[in-house]
Design a protein around this ligand. Structure first.
Ligand code: ADP
Ligand code: MG
Length: 215
């Protein structure tokens, strides 16, 4: 489904990614781990079009998407959920979700779709809450469901468990497993190996821009 081939990224004389290649199947969850500064976020940003690759190719569903604009990449079915959630603060949980659907449906349908999705993920009790009143875990799930509701088949999640306490981390883990049930593929950067072992199908390690496969 996703195929990354020989990806290179340089920043002046610094090599951020060196010849990174891997594949992800439909519904597969891959955990990308490695020390700070090893290039994990850079890799996700290149796949989602937020940074340009200096070499190599990214294919998704057999279409080349290398260095397309972020908007075109969303159109192709890939969405990036950010390390620091950035919902529209003045809007409710429901409104934030609905905005994601408005890209491809009218307003009434978008609200219905947003409500239905919140019910499916057991977060409908949050629908009327202002996004500025949400817990860290609730904000994360809002950010991830916003990405999912763009119609994405592959979610790129950068450190979703960072700064979550035990309870919020467990809450988020349940939601990632629910997404997995729906055959959503995910590329997740995380240091939280204990949790990721319950979620991920496969682990890839990035060290100084080089990728190593494990398990
Ligand atoms: N815009 C930038 N300017 C300068 N250095 C950057 C920039 N983006 C990334 N880097 C550097 O690239 C390397 C990889 O960063 P990053 O992809 O964020 O790593 P990770 O997510 O694994 O911690 C780091 O050494 C970082 O300092
Ligand atoms: Mg990072």
């Amino acid at each position: 489904m996703l195929r990354v081939n020989g990806l290179m990224k340089r920043l002046d004389s610094l090599v951020l990614l060196r010849d990174v290649s891997f594949e992800a199947k439909k519904g597969e969850i891959i955990c990308l781990y490695g020390p700070n500064g090893s290039g994990k976020s850079t890799l996700l940003k290149i796949i989602s079009g937020l940074e340009r690759a200096d070499g190599g190719h990214v294919f998704f569903r057999d279409r080349e998407i290398t260095n397309l604009s972020p908007w075109e990449i969303v159109e192709n079915g890939i969405a990036h959920a950010f390390q620091i959630p950035r919902p529209f603060r003045s809007m409710s949980f429901l409104e934030n979700l609905a905005v994601s659907c408005m890209r491809y449906m009218d307003t009434d349908d978008a609200f219905r779709q947003a409500e239905r999705t919140a019910e499916e993920f057991d977060v409908d009790y949050l629908l009327e809450r202002s996004s500025s009143s949400l817990s860290q875990g609730e904000l994360k799930i809002l950010e991830i469901l916003r990405a999912y509701l763009t119609g994405a088949e592959l979610l790129l999640l950068d450190e979703p468990f960072a700064s979550l306490d035990v309870e919020n981390a467990r809450f988020l883990k349940e939601k990632l497993l629910a997404l997995k049930e729906k055959q959503v593929s995910m590329l997740v950067t995380s240091h939280r190996m204990r949790i990721m072992e319950e979620v991920a199908d496969r682990f890839l390690e990035l060290k100084e821009g080089k990728l190593y496969a494990h398990g």
